[in-house]
Design a protein around this ligand. Structure first.
Ligand code: PDD
Length: 305
């Protein structure tokens, strides 16, 4: 099934959704985005995604010209047009806000209006087997952007740094690439945050290491304690990953995915560990609970007996 796309308020199927080649998102990668998913047909942590979208945009001196309510409506309209949402398959949603159309100059004044695109499609969840078996990552040579350059905290459409990291990972037969920062510390994966588990504690690099403040990462930091697992930030080096008891990556679409191999080296027992499994279960429970009872959520999806 294809995607349904809302371009500046008008809905198209994926073949007909187009944007001008003079849009500075296309010309210069000047724009920001968010990826969301639904649980029980309801957008998960929408408020946090909107907050991060605005924060990213402001770091590009870009204003998102919609209220929070209008952003939510645009998601709902696009999902409705795609016939996904409560009662149907879970949805993958992506919103992009770019500088808009203008002359070939970096001067923002050349672009009077941002472009806003929402992409909705059925969520393709990873097979459960990947959670049972875990994945291999590669420690890639591509260095994560220096925060004084294109700060990784900006969730921008300018994704060449991540794409180069992933290309290297793919060449090395890995599912993801772990990137170091300019100081040689571990930063994050190319499309996800990174955690290692040591002595029962889950550790993730601090924002200062130069990484995206992932919403899944934040959720894990906040909820770990509720299942008796200490989760905190710590500066991590290669050895912390290679000698970890367990490791996992986090993102909206992958949730909490165990890492069992780094290049040729097995992590811990080479199988997903108990701490990772407990956090994944807690995360999924939290996600499902926080969406149950939202308007049109589980009520629409529940069996009728
Ligand atoms: N990727 N780090 C990077 C570089 C990312 O691109 C992402 C998300 C994350 C995890 O963030 P969150 O937990 O908020 O999804 C970390 C999304 C899924 C994407 O690129 O589509």
């Amino acid at each position: 099934m294809g995607a349904t796309v809302n371009v500046n308020g008008r809905v198209f199927d994926q073949e007909h959704a187009v944007i001008s080649v003079f849009d500075h998102g296309f010309l210069y990668g000047e724009g920001v985005y968010e990826t969301l998913r639904t649980y029980n047909g309801e957008l998960f942590l929408l408020d946090r995604h909107i907050r991060r979208l605005r924060a990213s945009a402001s770091m590009l001196a870009l204003t998102v010209p919609l209220t929070d309510g209008e952003i939510a409506s645009r998601f709902q309209e696009t999902m409705a047009a795609a016939a996904i949402g409560p009662g149907g398959p879970e949805a993958y949603l992506r919103i992009l806000v770019t500088r808009g159309i203008g002359e070939l100059t970096y001067d923002p004044a050349a672009c009077p209006a941002p472009s806003i695109v929402v992409i909705a499609k059925p969520l393709e969840e990873l097979p459960e087997e990947m959670y049972r078996r875990g994945v291999k990552v590669a420690l890639v040579d591509i260095v994560r952007n220096h925060p004084g350059s294109v700060n990784p905290i900006i969730k921008s459409n300018n994704l060449l740094n991540n794409a180069l990291g992933m290309q290297e990972a793919v060449r090395r037969g890995a599912f993801e690439g772990v990137m170091r920062n300019y100081r040689g510390e571990l930063a994050e994966c190319t499309t996800a945050n990174l955690f290692v588990v040591r002595n029962g504690e889950a550790l993730t690099p601090p924002i200062d290491a130069g990484l995206l403040a992932g919403i899944t990462r934040e959720f894990v930091l906040e909820t770990g304690a509720s299942v008796g697992i200490e989760v905190r930030e710590a500066v991590l080096k290669d050895a912390d990953l290679l000698e970890a008891d367990e490791a996992f990556l986090t993102s909206t679409t992958r949730e909490i995915l165990p890492i069992v191999q780094v290049d040729d080296r097995a992590i811990g027992s080479g199988r997903p560990g108990l701490v990772t499994a407990a956090l994944l279960a807690a995360y999924r429970n939290g996600a499902r609970k926080s969406t149950v009872g939202m308007a049109g959520g589980v009520a629409a999806a529940a069996p009728s007996h």
